[in-house]
Design a protein around this ligand. Sequence first.
Ligand SMILES: Nc1ncnc2c1ncn2[C@@H]1O[C@H](COP(=O)(O)OP(=O)(O)OP(=O)(O)O)[C@@H](O)[C@H]1O
Ligand SMILES: [Mg+2]
Length: 460
Amino acid sequence: MNRKPGEKQRILVVDDEENLRHMLQLMLQKQGYLVDQAAHGAAALQMASQGSYDFILCDIQMPVMDGADFLKEAVAAGTSGTIIMMSAYGTVDTAIECMKLGAYDYISKPFKSDEIALVLKKAEERERLKSENRRLKDEIGKEYSFASIISKNPRMQEIFSLVRKVCDFKTTVLVLGESGTGKELVARAIHYNSRRKNAPFVAVNCGAIPENLLESELFGHVRGAFTDASADKAGLFEQADGGTLLLDEIGELPLPLQVKLLRVLQEEEIRRVGASASKKVDVRVISATSKDLELEVAGARFREDLYFRLNVFSINLPPLRERMEDIPLLVTHFLGKYDEKYDKRVVRCAPDALKALMNYRWPGNIRELENCIERGMVLCEGETMELGCLPEKLRGAATGDRGPVVPPDSLSLKLAEELLEKDFIRRALEKTGGNRTHAARLLEISHRALLYKLKDYGME
Ligand SMILES: Nc1ncnc2c1ncn2[C@@H]1O[C@H](COP(=O)(O)OP(=O)(O)OP(=O)(O)O)[C@@H](O)[C@H]1O
Ligand SMILES: [Mg+2]
């Protein structure tokens, strides 16, 4: 129940003993609640369907309709309000049974006033947490909505409108695209835009888990199934029950597990490692890969039948270099994101910085762009991101070509040689991640010669 601040919470007391009802009413009013009374379950049901109660305190043994029956009907009718049972001597078992049916707790009669206060406070806290949880879920949903996937590229727009149509169906979706193109982002958007959004979204990287552990990770195991299995454990399929499971890097799934995955998808049931029985699961599977799966199939590294099963609906995310028009939008988006994170006020890119961003090929796609901006933010002082805040590899791109630029009016061979050498050294170091020994080998000069040149050109 969402009460306005200062508004009193409402309680319905249900008991056939008039004295007890009065006693409770006085006690609860003193604690600041608004209290109504009912003498049996049937009356309570009627009142609960009209008034909106935060709590219902309900006796178990009553004429006309007892507490357990009231509880069942109230739960079935979707009555709001937390129900707490009151059990007299001899009805504790029923009270416990009631908790299984949906009652929040029970208190044994006779009780003291602070006992009730305590149970109510606990229940209030739980309600607060529940609504906080709902709010957070809504927020996550917003963060992962299609609106948060930034693109004005027509191909991307087409993808979004197609994907929106399959969100609510259980269709398996295969998301393809180079590394960093937003495959996981799309998978999350599908989940949070589907009817499954309140159930878990679970992601697993099939390439990151050792082959011998992957089966138990996906499908779970029973105690004793192998040496380390000291207890039963649910796998990711069970954890995602009712929700969505993202099988990331599906191309890395070992062949024996491909067979098992295919069976799970066809039969919609899993068997924990070491278990004799299977178990139904309701999971929407999205898989993603940056590999060319058709090539994997052709090379017999990926089963064709599984490929067809996963590829019911496929999305191919274009690399960033094929949607350069998105770069300014993405840059603004990431500037905002990291302004918040680093408490900065960077609002724009200098024209030459933007030009450098537009001229680069982005092999790591949006993730690489995001990393560049984040790194730049840390270095950036004012409101403008200058070219100097961007990584070295981009700065060479500012001019539009990757080669060295010789001033047009110069015929100096010496200068051209120097510029060419600098450029080659820079590229070699980039390629080797700064490892000078390896860079020297690529340049076909000695390590010593490289160190000398670095010093000479002021490139250390
Ligand atoms: N269109 C977009 N708008 C905003 N952010 C994006 C967009 N595309 C990707 N990103 C961001 O880029 C990063 C990489 O995206 P994601 O992890 O979804 O890529 P991926 O394709 O799964 O990469 P990999 O193949 O490396 O796993 C994330 O931080 C994501 O939020
Ligand atoms: Mg990914």
